[in-house]
Design a protein around this ligand. Structure first.
Ligand SMILES: Cc1cc2nc3c(=O)[nH]c(=O)nc-3n(C[C@H](O)[C@H](O)[C@H](O)COP(=O)(O)OP(=O)(O)OC[C@H]3O[C@@H](n4cnc5c(N)ncnc54)[C@H](O)[C@@H]3O)c2cc1C
Length: 407
């Protein structure tokens, strides 16, 4: 690729926008397509923002999943601060996470303890450990003594707890900065409310040459390259260029509770894993993310392209909020401190595409792994499975390095 390239980027979530901004820096003209009315309307705005160091993948003791996310997550903060021209300090959760092992966890306590230690070793050894959201060059997972565990959960279902140095970011805030950066960039043309239907080589049979995009509005002008970052819509477009889905996959639509309290509430950041799954993120004492996986799961689809989100049967938001709070409070009694001070609450959701299928309660479900996402290529058409929010800016940067032949 050279600076005269004209690139179509499909999908304006964190992946598409990161790629667009990196390409624009090189002088490339980018056209960014999205079917929504604005960038960042989906999963990239409404997620927990955990910047994964790999601790969550204890059901993959090979460490392949942990190692797959580690480098990109350690680089998340410096890359985004550079890309967005602003510090993330104000939107990083202030405390480390507490991982709670449920009695029905698919990973027994001792195996989880061993796994968390192994991940900590990898984190500490990594040369970029000090670049993370907080300095993790001394990373350790510490098992909570019984008194400290009792203060977090008095439930007989919680059998152990571990303090791990993982943090999150407020993704709604970051989404707003991305949208502003994309709008302000003269090299990026945004084409929102334009649904992508396919891609075709401009010269039949020559994928090494330019490409055109088929959208609901018709066939576009030609672009030197196409980069497909459509997340739940990605594989359907790949099929139009001959990349057939392989292996297993799932598209799960998940809803969570995003709330703000009227005054600061001191609570931990806690995650119940692995199997029974839910979490509470306390970003700054007033802004919270709460999820209880079975309550928030609207659809688990094995279709190549899941149905449009607006066609799903959505529950009443107040009733869903109540369910999530009730289920979390059964395990974590301090949730009532949060619910008694709610100033504003909203249920939001997004798709989770995964190259895996099954139930979280199944120890051998391929959903417990995240080690096989990345980029596929046919000539000048590239398709990116984002995998995780945590690693998206790094994956985008690496992709642009490769396209420019940087070493
Ligand atoms: C509840 C929840 C919690 C999560 N928590 C975390 C977490 O803590 N940490 C983490 O790392 N990851 C997390 N994730 C996953 C993370 O949100 C995603 O990996 C990431 O946001 C995907 O980014 P993306 O840019 O690929 O997709 P998106 O943000 O979904 O962007 C894709 C865009 O493509 C558009 N699109 C799709 N199909 C078409 C089409 N045919 N034509 C035109 N436009 C189309 C969509 O409108 C969308 O704007 C979570 C996800 C959810 C839902």
């Amino acid at each position: 690729m050279n600076t005269h390239a004209r690139v179509a980027v499909l999908g304006a979530g964190i992946m598409g926008c990161s790629v667009a901004l990196y390409l624009a820096r090189r002088g490339v003209s980018v056209t960014l397509f999205d079917e929504a009315e604005a960038p960042f309307c989906g999963a990239s705005r409404w997620n927990e923002g955990k910047i994964h160091l790999g601790y969550i993948y204890s059901a993959d003791p090979t460490l392949r999943s942990a190692l797959h996310v580690l480098e990109g997550s350690l680089q998340f903060r410096p890359l985004l601060e550079d890309l967005l021209g602003t510090s993330l300090q104000a939107v990083i959760s202030e405390q480390d996470d507490i991982y709670l092992c449920h009695r029905n966890s698919v990973v027994p306590v001792d195996a989880m303890a061993h796994y968390l230690d192994n991940v900590s070793d990898k984190v500490r050894d990594h040369p970029a450990a000090s670049h993370y959201l907080a300095d993790v060059s001394q990373a350790r997972a510490r098992r909570l003594p019984s008194e400290a565990l009792g203060a977090v959960s008095d439930s007989e279902h919680i059998v152990a707890g571990f303090h791990v140095p993982e943090r999150s970011v407020e993704t709604n805030w970051i989404a707003n900065r991305f949208v502003a950066a994309v709008h302000a960039n003269p090299k990026i043309t945004l084409r929102c409310e334009e649904r992508v239907l396919g891609a075709i080589p401009a010269t039949a049979g020559n994928p090494q040459g330019p490409w055109r995009i088929q959208t609901a509005q018709g066939t576009t002008e030609s672009f030197s390259h196409v980069i497909n970052a459509l997340w739940q819509g990605r594989m359907a477009i790949d099929q139009t260029v001959g990349i057939e889905p392989s292996g297993v996959w799932s598209n799960r639509y998940r809803q969570s509770l995003f709330l703000r309290t009227s005054e600061p509430v001191q609570t931990p950041c806690a995650i119940v894993a692995t199997g029974p799954f839910g979490d509470i993120k306390n970003y700054n004492g007033r802004d919270f993310y709460l999820s209880w996986y079975p309550d928030g799961l609207r659809l688990d689809s094995a279709a190549v392209e899941p149905p449009a989100a607006h066609t799903l049967n959505m529950p009443n938001p107040a009733a869903l909020s109540m369910d999530i709070l009730n289920h979390l409070e059964e395990l974590l009694p301090w949730v009532r401190k949060i619910r008694s001070r709610i100033e504003h609450a909203r249920i939001e959701g997004g798709w989770v595409f995964a190259a895996g299928r099954g139930e979280l309660s199944d120890p051998v479900s391929s959903l417990h792994k995240r080690c096989d996402y990345g980029v596929q290529r046919v000539g000048n058409y590239l398709s990116i499975d984002t995998g995780k929010y945590s690693t998206a800016p790094w994956t985008a940067q690496q992709l642009v390095y490769k396209l420019f032949g940087d070493t």
